[in-house]
Design a protein around this ligand. Structure first.
Ligand SMILES: [Zn+2]
Length: 517
């Protein structure tokens, strides 16, 4: 995959003709001719793993990701009043970045918010920090048992301290009022605008709540949805079945797959590892959120209903479990060959399990920015002497496993240029050497992972992901050719314009830049 200087003739939202054009890029549509002298064109980027509604909702909430202590978080929150009914919601805290990297407690919040329930999502979305009023409203007490796949963090006498990990978070979240359709609508449009400014024309939206779907549909049908959305519907508690949903097709919005979770995240010690965490004292290995039997049953039901399946697996134990389930599903013959089985994240993978993924024809949905930003934490969690490979991109590709690239926004910004640099150089911020350089991708592979390989992960690569006659005119225009850039230069490339189905949906000249999520 390489950027091109071309004259593109577009009709009916598709590329009719393209001619090499040394002066830059020209796009000619029914509406007129727009030219970009000196610029370069690529197929529009895909973000193959993001959270559209949550990213948009979180934008209107206190952002704690820059805070360096729990006290600083509380200071920032002091200025806020309830933002969802009587509740105050916030996001982005990361105790790994605090001067004292220990989990926070309800007591700190109680001092400022004795009566307002406060719920703060950890940066990775896999833990909540809440106050006593929130615990009270959710009926969580010292007698509440840990749910399967979840941990209520407690003190020595068994009293909940105010942190709920993975499935335990659901005990609380079911008591928070859901956003209104108007809030959902605004959240979708805000996120879409931000994706467009990064050159993203299609997003694979993970863990979609059935409640959000009518809003997506209404936006798509009224021509207001400016990007393409492939939705992967919540399935951990068979939400898709309860809501009576089945896969659909559509130009801008379709229900493509279901999303399941095998484990949690490394940051909150929830990723399921084959050997204990190197930096947890008690031989802790994390946890599988469902038993392998439950997970396989959930996959089988979804596949039989025609869905693609995307399973979150971060630790090597979770990846092993998912690899064997997918192989069993293929062996049972219940998945059509074109049904995609995806592993989301595939962060720590044992070399023995990569051929199993390959056997099952699995797609690896990976997030390059997690690798560079998590590197210091991941090295602490994993220690030395493990045979599993962290962020094994080259190893997956070598076994014939196609990669689809994403950001997992709002956990990371949906910044494709930064993602390309992370794929190709794997240099964590503040460091100068690549982390595990043998797993780097070439720029051409990295671009493919953001374009045609990612479209293949949703089975639309026969009409998207390349600049070819007959293909959808989803195009991103850059001010430089990425092939001629160093790591630093790559991250400074600007997206000049973004076209979806031949319509210019974003341009640097007209729009103010939105802040990073
Ligand atoms: Zn995610």
């Amino acid at each position: 995959m390489q950027a091109q200087q071309v004259w593109l003739r577009v009709r009916g939202g598709r590329i009719r003709e393209l001619v090499p054009y040394e002066g830059g890029v020209v796009i000619e549509t029914e509406a007129g001719v727009e030219s970009y002298p000196g610029c370069w064109a690529l197929p529009g980027f895909v973000d193959a793993h993001g959270h559209v509604v949550n990213a948009g909702l979180e934008f209107g909430q206190p952002q704690l990701r820059l805070c360096r202590s729990p006290e600083e978080c509380v200071e920032l929150l002091r200025r806020w009043s309830p933002n969802r009914g009587e509740w105050l919601l916030g996001a982005g805290w990361n105790h790994e970045q605090w001067e004292l990297p220990v989990l926070p407690t309800a007591a700190l919040l109680d001092a400022v918010f004795p009566d307002t329930p406060v719920v703060l999502r950890r940066v990775d979305g896999h833990a909540l920090w809440v106050n006593t009023e929130a615990l009270r409203r959710a009926g969580i007490t010292d007698h509440t048992p840990d749910p399967p796949g979840g941990i209520i963090v407690r003190d020595a006498s068994g009293i909940p301290t105010g942190v709920l990990i993975d499935a335990a978070a659901e005990l609380l979240l079911q008591h928070v009022p859901p956003p209104t359709p108007e809030e959902i609508r605004a959240a979708i449009l805000r996120t879409a605008q931000q994706l467009l400014q990064h050159g993203i024309t299609e997003v694979h939206d993970m863990d979609v709540d059935p409640l959000w779907i009518p809003v997506f549909r209404e936006l798509a049908e009224s021509g207001q949805l400016p990007i393409r959305v492939q939705a992967y519907v919540r399935a951990q508690h068979r939400e898709w079945q309860t809501a009576g949903l089945l896969p659909t097709t559509g130009e801008l919005f379709c229900l493509r797959g279901v999303k399941l979770y095998a484990d949690g995240a490394l940051g909150s010690f929830g990723a399921a590892l084959l050997e204990p965490y190197a930096d947890a004292p008690d031989g802790h290995t994390g946890l599988l959120l469902l038993t392998p039997q439950e997970l396989e049953a959930a996959v089988a039901e979804a596949v039989e209903a025609g869905w693609d399946v995307a399973i979150h697996a971060i630790g090597d134990a979770a990846n092993r479990c998912v690899a064997h389930i997918y192989r069993a599903i293929r062996q049972r013959g219940i998945a059509q060959p074109e049904q995609r089985l995806r592993v989301e994240h595939a962060q720590i993978v044992h070399p023995d399990d990569i051929p199993v993924f390959a056997d099952a024809g699995v797609v690896g949905s990976v997030q390059p920015l997690h690798c560079v930003h998590d590197a210091p934490m991941a090295r602490r969690r994993l220690g030395v002497g493990r045979s599993s490979i962290p962020y094994p991109w080259r190893s997956l590709l070598q076994e014939g496993i196609p990669l689809a690239a994403g950001s997992d926004f709002p956990i990371e910004p949906p910044d494709v240029m930064a993602g390309l640099a992370a794929f190709c150089f794997r240099i964590p911020p503040g460091e100068s050497e690549p982390w595990i350089p043998e797993e780097c991708l070439t720029l051409s592979e990295a671009l493919a992972a953001y374009t045609n390989w990612a479209h293949a992960a949703a089975s639309v690569d026969d009409r998207r992901g390349l600049l070819l006659p007959g293909y959808d005119a989803d195009v991103v225009i850059l001010d430089r050719n990425p092939s001629e850039c160093t790591a630093d230069e790559l991250t400074r490339i600007r997206v000049v314009a973004t076209y979806v189905a031949g319509q210019r949906r974003w341009t640097l000249a007209e729009e103010p830049l939105l802040g990073l999520v």
